[in-house]
Ligand binder design. Sequence first.
Ligand code: COA
Length: 177
Amino acid sequence: MKPPAQIHTARLLLRKPRVSDARAVFEGYATDPEVTRYLIWPAHRSITETRDFLRRAQVMWKDGTEFTWAMTLSPDTTLIGMLALRITGCRIDFGYVCAKKFWNQGYTSEAVSAVVKWAMGEPGIYRIGAVCDTENSASMRVLEKAGLRYEGILHRWSVFPALGPVPRDCFSYALLK
Ligand SMILES: CC(C)(COP(=O)(O)OP(=O)(O)OC[C@H]1O[C@@H](n2cnc3c(N)ncnc32)[C@H](O)[C@@H]1OP(=O)(O)O)[C@@H](O)C(=O)NCCC(=O)NCCS
C-alpha cells in the first residue's frame, strides 16, 4: 500500500519532497535547535546533509519504507515542514516537524488530521499512532487535535540527540479502528 503522493487541505498541499527543497528545509528549520530538540535526528550542519536526507526520502517513497511529504502552503507553495509515515502491516506510525516561523497557526494539526483521515479510510489499516517526548507539549496537542488518544508511557523509548545519548520516556498516542 502506498499513500497518495499529494494531499490537499484547506490551507496546505502535502507533496513529495524534492532535492530542490534543500535550502527551504535547511534554512527553514533543519538547523534550528529549538525545532530539533525533540527530534530523533540531530540538527543539520551543512546543506549537503539536507540534500542527502531529501534523496533518501525519495528513495524511500519508491521502496515503500517511509513516505515523507513536504508541508507547503497553498497556493503560495512555501515549504513549512515535513510529515513522514511508515506502514507496517495493518499499522501506521508517523512523525512531523514545522518551521518555527509557522508554529501555532494550526498547520501541523491540519496536515496530521488529513493524513489520519486518509489512513482510517484504508480498509487494511487498524491503527495510526505516534510517539512524542513526555515534555513535548505542542506535539501532544497536535495529536489530540487530530483525534488520537493518549495510550500510555513508553519508558526509555527514544534517543533525541539534542538532549543527549540516553533514551528518554515518550508518550504513545493512537487512533484505532
Ligand atoms: C510540534 C509541532 C510540529 C507543532 O506544529 P504547529 O504547526 O505549531 O502545531 P499546531 O499549530 O497545529 O498546534 C500546536 C498546538 O500546541 C499548542 N502549544 C504550542 N506550544 C505549546 C506548549 N509549549 N505547551 C502546550 N501547548 C503548546 C498550541 O497552542 C496548539 O494548540 P491549540 O490549537 O489548542 O492552541 C512544532 O511545534 C514543531 O515542529 N516542533 C518541533 C519538532 C517536533 O517536536 N516534532 C514532533 C516530534 S514528536
